[in-house]
Design a protein around this ligand. Sequence first.
Ligand code: FAD
Length: 315
Amino acid sequence: MYVIECLKNSDEPIFSLEITPPKKGKSIKGIFNTIDMLKEFHLNFINVTYHQQRVVFEEKNGVIKKIPKRKNVGTVGICSAILHKYGIETVSHIICGGFSKYDTEDALIDLNFLGIQNLLVIRGDPRQGEKGFNPEKDGHKYAFQLVKQINDMNHGKYLEDLENVNPTNFCIGVAGYPEKHFEAANMEQDLLNLKNKVDQGADYIITQMFFDVNKYKEFVKKARAVGITVPIIPGIKPFTRKRHLTILPTDFHISLPNDLVKGILKAKTKEAIREAGIEYTISICKELIEFGVPGIHFYSLGRGTDVRDVVKEIF
Ligand code: FAD
């Protein structure tokens, strides 16, 4: 089922999960264990992230060669494995980085043939070791351009003129940032850029993680004010470790509210920190549900037990 249909057909907030492909050489068992742990809570869909290849330079016989190195197992294979083993809908992340628009078209044709028709369309993080985001030659610089390419294919418009083509039927999600994307000049401009992604064909939005529900509420209010009408699903990461106090603001450009920080600093053991973090996460999920969110999307970041301990109190 398409995510957008799932959102429309459900009277209750839906539950979804984001997983990251394991490192190359690792097994898919960890992912299956996570799903086994969570499927009883009626998991509506599972997103699988996509990460751009690293590039390393190696010298051989005096010649320097640029070698692409993939760190993680392929997203599409994982989506397909989950779909076939569990029958749970998967959402493949597709990014601009590392793809020309011709590579993108080929990847989309493969996804369509495999029956993976839910996509989360994002620009992608800058390549490891590079400061800013650099698109490929003939690639997209912004997510809205990739959304447009996919929407064109949904209308039977491929990159070359083809006769009697079958239009694709992808359901398109995009990313939104309740605390502003870190590169955007200000919130107002970021929201206009978000609206552009919706105008180009996005069906719904999933947010970056946040820990202050008021930031989400304000974001939804402002998004509606600029004419964004699609569902906005909050993204939540269970807070469980002391190092999250520094890692989350650094890596995700978000802030942590004082009551959470104080509660974590007050807890003296690892167990007490985890308990305080999980309790806080449960409380914000309850507040979001009371607010009337269409669903909650959990960032598992490889820790299914953290998600389970929150979800069992919510769904
Ligand atoms: P865009 O929408 O392209 O926006 C990027 C920046 O450009 C923003 O500041 C925006 O305001 C600005 N902008 C947009 N249009 C214009 C314009 N016309 N002119 C000037 N500026 C413009 N990363 C991965 O590598 N893999 C993943 O699987 C992944 N999954 C994610 C899932 C979610 C739910 C979220 C929230 C993020 C995810 N990311 C992932 C991270 C994401 O790739 C980064 O946050 C990235 O920096 C921005 O992606 P975007 O799609 O929001 O970009």
